[in-house]
Write a protein that binds this ligand. Structure first.
Ligand code: TA6
Length: 294
């Protein structure tokens, strides 16, 4: 199901979920239930694969992505947190793009089977390493449901004594039949274009016809798009923006983009960007998406 990933089973966690490791010792949850199959890496709490019964794989995944934990996976659903894009200047230089959550190993809190599918619960807490990059104590909870739909929710708890602000994304890479099949609805009419560094106005639906890297500032709660295989619905929560990204031919110079496979992907992301999300001491915020086939 995941080309180039060689897994060794470690143990059955439930009737539908195995814990497995790859050749580098990274741990994965491999799920196969009556509705769908999925793979989730504990490194990055990264959903790498989801495929509902009788459907195409939902997520695009690089075949040349590092699989040894030396850098985040390319594809699937990277979790960007606590910043999106380059680190804020006040944190200093040399920090990883899109935050550190996708480059750390998360804790497995539990797996359970229900009539609605398999629930996976992962967590990440501050450590000396995270405090050196971002000076706040926190707890992150990531809950995934693998059912007829793929549901992901990322909860940030502010365990510190002061308010902090986070920027975050479920940076989902979707598998498509080809760029020409991609039309996105519900993005709203205002965007910031990271390629031209200017604001823009969306007229009608978005069609993927060229390199794109846009932050839409007022998306609808429900964003839908076509992939050439299916129409996909994102029912988002806690977001303030949506990002659409395809690097186009620039991907051919990226080490882990498999040359021309940019032609079969599009990122449609559930994000908190702009002014970010302020979270007072002791409070929490949840960013979520439920991805379904229409
Ligand atoms: O969400 C789009 C984006 O921010 C692009 O600007 C592009 O850089 C992409 O994410 C991938 O970033 P990465 O750090 O994973 O190479």
């Amino acid at each position: 199901m995941l080309r180039k990933f060689n897994f060794t089973k470690q143990q059955d966690l439930t009737s539908n979920t195995q814990l497995a490791t790859n050749e580098s010792g990274l741990s994965y949850l491999l799920i196969k239930n009556q509705y769908a199959e999925a793979a989730i890496s504990l490194f990055g709490a990264h959903v790498l694969h989801y495929q509902a019964k009788d459907k195409q794989p939902l997520l695009w995944m690089s075949h040349t992505s590092a699989q040894d934990g030396s850098k985040p996976f390319r594809g699937g659903v990277p979790i960007c947190w606590p910043w999106f894009g380059p680190a804020p200047a006040e944190l200093g230089s040399g920090l990883p793009a899109h935050g550190f959550a996708r480059g750390l190993t998360w804790q497995l809190e539990g797996v359970s089977e229900t009539d609605d599918g398999t629930f996976v619960h992962l967590s990440l807490n501050d450590t000396a390493e995270t405090l050196a990059m971002w000076p706040h104590t926190f707890r992150l909870e990531f809950e995934v449901r693998v059912g007829t739909t793929l549901t992901m929710s990322l909860t940030t708890e502010n365990t510190s004594a002061k308010e902090f602000c986070v920027f975050e994304a479920l940076h989902t890479y979707f598998n498509t039949k080809g760029t020409e099949f991609v039309t996105v609805k519900g993005l709203g009419d205002r965007f910031y274009d990271k390629l031209t560094k200017s604001d823009g106005v969306q007229e009608g639906d978005f069609h993927l016809t060229a390199a794109v890297d846009r932050i839409y500032n007022k998306p609808a709660k429900v964003v839908t798009f076509t992939t050439g295989y299916d129409t996909i619905k994102l029912d988002n929560g806690g977001e303030n923006s949506a990002v659409v990204w395809n690097p186009w031919t620039a991907a051919e110079n990226m080490a882990d983009f498999d040359s021309d496979r940019w032609q079969t992907m599009v990122c449609v992301e559930t994000c908190v960007t702009g002014k970010g999300q302020a979270i007072p001491a002791g409070e929490e915020h949840t960013l979520s998406t439920e991805i379904s086939y229409l």
